[in-house]
Write a protein that binds this ligand. Structure first.
Ligand code: 5GP
Length: 169
């Protein structure tokens, strides 16, 4: 496994993003919506850097099968909270083609949140097919398949403390 982003760099960046959210959401009560499964580690670390009152919720999406995106996005588990008139921060592990996050944005917008922004740990901007506005970005990464810190390959490697690239893949 090659280490792409070390654990210390991840925690430094997560704390910086938390500070930006604290500044941007003063006197607000945002809902952090984690996109499962990949974003759960990032969300768990990020929310402890946030000092404004927050609520959290999750949704699940299926689109990937191993390393290849099927291109077809499906909501497999919906939110439990009502987001109408709420400030929503979507928490994603990685934005690649942009198809998944744009599907989620379009779906959530129909529920009339007051605001809706995206916070992604990783951004593979060279692979973008659908343009999506990203308000908070942790790291730009090259167009390679990454694992760790919540991200999997065939459901493994989510428990790595760092972001890595599997040798020979
Ligand atoms: P998109 O729809 O933007 O192409 O893909 C977004 C989703 O694909 C992410 O939420 C993630 O689940 C998965 N994905 C994209 N690139 C990678 C990668 O390099 N590693 C892993 N583990 N998942 C990826």
């Amino acid at each position: 496994m090659n280490v792409l982003i070390k654990k210390e760099a991840l925690s430094q960046k997560v704390s910086e993003i938390g500070k930006q959210i604290n500044d941007d959401y003063k006197n607000k009560n945002p809902i952090l919506v984690g996109v499962l499964k990949g974003a759960f580690v990032f969300l768990a670390d990020l929310l402890r850097e946030i000092e404004v009152p927050i609520e959290i919720d999750f949704l699940s999406i299926s689109s990937y099968n191993g390393k290849k995106s099927s291109g077809v996005v499906r909501l497999t588990n919906d939110l439990s909270l009502n987001i109408e008139n709420r400030d929503v921060i979507l928490i994603e592990d990685i934005v690649d083609t942009g198809r998944t996050i744009s599907y989620i944005i379009n779906n959530l917008k129909t529920r009339k949140p007051r605001s809706l922004v995206v916070c992604t740990l990783l951004n593979k901007k060279d692979d973008r097919i659908v343009e999506v506005p990203l308000t908070y970005i942790g790291f730009d990464v090259p167009s390679v398949f990454v694992v760790g810190y919540g991200l999997d390959y065939l459901n493994k490697y989510r428990n790595l403390k760092y972001i890595g690239v599997i040798n020979g893949k």
